[in-house]
Design a protein around this ligand. Structure first.
Ligand code: BGC
Ligand code: BGC
Length: 615
């Protein structure tokens, strides 16, 4: 038995050792201050310059130098860029990752939770197993704001299920040129339609109230004129991120109305655009961001810059920071991909602090930015409760109920461009051949911004292909043959050929030649030679040049990039749904007509805006 005095001596010794260890540790002792119940003004009052600048910084999860920076640098936000996923890409590992990040944010002095942004632009599209909806160009063809709102609400649920609270969507670009690699992110070319669908999407994401359990913050983008640049063959790329050489009257008439509508719908945030307006980069444009957006339109939320967007302003990085913040950017997306010459968020933070200390940026501008950011966080309910650890919504990710709505969206977005007494096909034909590289290809039918930034071909996530849909629709006695190259077409009563564009995103999709690929044309020609009734399904992000091809086809469906629910196509082909989709974009006859838009003086496209047949 140990004597009591010896026991006491041991206790004292242990205490001393512990004290020594804690004195030696490099961890500073943080005195936590609770922000709960405090007004935003009172919180801003409490903050050091470092804490304010941290709130204004958004880092990319992939390029975090040390996860502890979340706490040590008081980061206000993180993002996942396209394809920036946790190692195992399942909904629950996303939620685990988010909880870990929020846990680190909670350890900072003020413990202000993070806003975590992601491009959920057609469903929660970075997550394997999530419901993927048609892209905006397809939703434009539905002309149905209620449906669009429902889609956004479902997306919000799936996003929140993974612990994420902010989507970089809706994109309310007015795409003026089919050659643009982001044309599919646009609802169309009519500002009234874009405004209606964009604001419906904001309402769907943000729910009845921003702080409800299944709401996320919206980010209306890209402000402003992203779809307006002129095609250029210069070294600055072709059209994406280019220069919009248009008058202010045109800018206001064609590109501003969706922002007005999004602000009325309460959009929490707006993203600045990469493009220039008459030679000046938007990210440094004080008149457009501060005077027009925040002043004239009364936008109360905050402006976030696009991915390394401030870097595009002429001058060195410090001057980019000064110019963009003074012009009205409130939070800066600093991906930190140094392999592409980008700066790290650590450099950003130290340069912004320097700029303030030197007087190049007024403290009042910093306080305004931080107040805007914290107001959004407060409206989201984040300051009172960072909603991590709530796994209740996880089972809804990719659920049959959500996929049913996506299937409805597919049906409603299909535009029937031609039908010579061929559609709907009977479900009792004895043999149906399904051909083309898009026939059994979830990746191709989803398009860009799916699982990875650029998207990809093949089985990238779970879904129903067009072939699956056909098989499920026909009668048990019908034989469905999958013949990718069309070589078995001669045995068919009808042939469905699925062709179009392989996925792409942003500048990678800029294209001067919107003809079908040789591979697609070879399959089509094989089928045409058989003389069998042929239905063409075009999977694409935009109109393609099909003037000659149409002459040889019996029926033609523009199905866009429709997402994971390919059975919506079969619903239209076999007559379960009579097509209602109408073009929201002009369909050009040939490349020389581009750019062509409704309202042009000599408007004689292959198909005008509003075109679409039914049974
Ligand atoms: C795109 C934005 C996107 C951001 C984050 C940028 O390259 O222009 O639309 O939200 O990346 O992924
Ligand atoms: C990211 C995208 C981002 C793009 C910008 C990619 O590496 O994944 O999200 O939009 O870079 O260039």
């Amino acid at each position: 038995m140990i004597k009591q005095t010896t026991f006491l001596k041991i206790l004292v010794l242990v205490g001393i050792v512990q004290l020594l260890i804690s004195c030696n540790s490099t961890e500073p002792v943080i005195k936590h201050v609770s922000v709960q119940g405090k007004s935003v003004d009172a919180i801003v009052e409490l903050m050091t310059l470092e804490e304010k600048v941290g709130q204004m910084t958004q880092a990319e999860r992939r390029y975090l130098i040390d996860e502890k920076d979340i706490k040590d640098l008081h980061l206000g936000s993180l993002l996942s860029g396209g394809g920036s996923t946790p190692e195992t890409n399942t909904p629950s590992s996303w939620a685990d990752m988010l909880d870990r990040f929020q846990g680190l944010a909670a350890e900072s002095r003020l413990g202000i939770p993070l806003m975590y942004g992601i491009d959920a632009v057609h469903g929660h599209n970075n997550v394997v197993g999530a419901t993927i909806f048609p892209h905006n160009v397809a939703l434009g063809a539905t002309g149905n704001p209620d449906l669009v709102q429902e889609i956004a609400h479902i997306t919000a649920k799936e996003v929140r299920a993974t612990g994420i609270n902010w989507t970089f969507d809706p994109c309310v670009a007015n795409s003026r040129d089919e050659r643009w690699g982001r044309a599919y992110e646009s609802y169309g070319e009519d500002p009234t339609l874009i405004a209606a669908l964009g604001s419906a999407q904001v309402a769907g994401y943000q729910g009845a109230s921003l702080n409800s359990q299944d709401a996320i913050a919206a980010c209306t983008k890209h402000y402003i004129g992203d779809g307006a640049p002129t095609w250029s063959t210069g070294e600055n790329g072709k059209i994406d991120r280019g220069d919009a050489r248009i008058s202010e009257a045109e800018l206001r008439a064609l590109h501003l109305p969706p922002y007005q509508a999004a602000i009325e719908a309460g959009t929490a945030t707006i993203m600045a655009s990469y493009n220039s307006w008459n030679g000046t980069k938007l990210h440094g444009h004080k008149y457009l961001m501060t005077d027009l957006l925040k002043g004239e339109l009364g936008f109360q939320g905050f402006i976030i810059s696009d991915w390394a967007g401030i870097d595009e302003i002429p001058g060195d990085y410090k001057s980019d920071i000064i110019q963009s913040i003074n012009a009205g950017v409130d939070m800066v997306m600093v991906p930190g991909d140094t392999s592409k010459g980008g700066s790290t968020y650590r450099e950003f933070i130290s340069k912004l602090i320097q700029a303030v200390n030197e007087g190049s940026i007024e403290m009042s501008r910093i306080d305004d930015a931080v107040t805007r950011i914290l107001n959004v966080k407060e409206n989201m309910g984040l300051l009172d409760a960072p909603y991590s650890n709530d796994r209740a919504l996880l089972p809804t990710v990719g659920s049959p109920e959500h996929r049913a709505v996506a299937r409805r969206a597919v049906r409603e977005s299909i535009v029937m461009l031609k039908n010579e007494n061929t559609l709907p096909l009977s479900k009792d034909l004895s043999t149906v051949v399904v051909a083309g590289r898009g026939a059994d290809n979830v990746g191709m039918q989803c398009g860009g911004w799916t699982i990875s930034w650029q998207g990809g071909m093949g089985d990238i996530t779970s879904g129903t292909t067009i072939l699956d849909g056909v098989q499920a629709s026909v009668s048990p006695s019908t034989q469905v043959i999958h013949s990718a190259d069309g070589s078995q077409a001669s045995s068919a009563d009808a042939v469905i050929v699925v062709v179009g564009e392989a996925p792409y995103a942003e500048m990678h999709g800029d294209d001067e030649d919107l003809a079908l690929s040789q591979e697609d044309m070879a399959v089509l020609n094989t089928v045409i030679e058989t003389g069998k009734p042929m239905v063409v399904v075009l999977l694409s992000g935009r109109p393609m040049i099909v003037t000659e091809l149409l002459k040889d086809t019996d029926a033609f469906l523009a199905a866009w990039w429709l997402g994971t629910e390919g059975n919506g196509i079969a619903d239209v082909i076999f007559g379960d749904y009579a097509p209602t989709g109408k073009l929201s974009v002009t369909w050009p006859t040939d490349m020389s007509q581009i750019p062509i838009n409704v309202g042009d003086d000599d408007y004689s496209p292959l198909f005008p805006v509003g075109y679409g047949l039914s049974y």
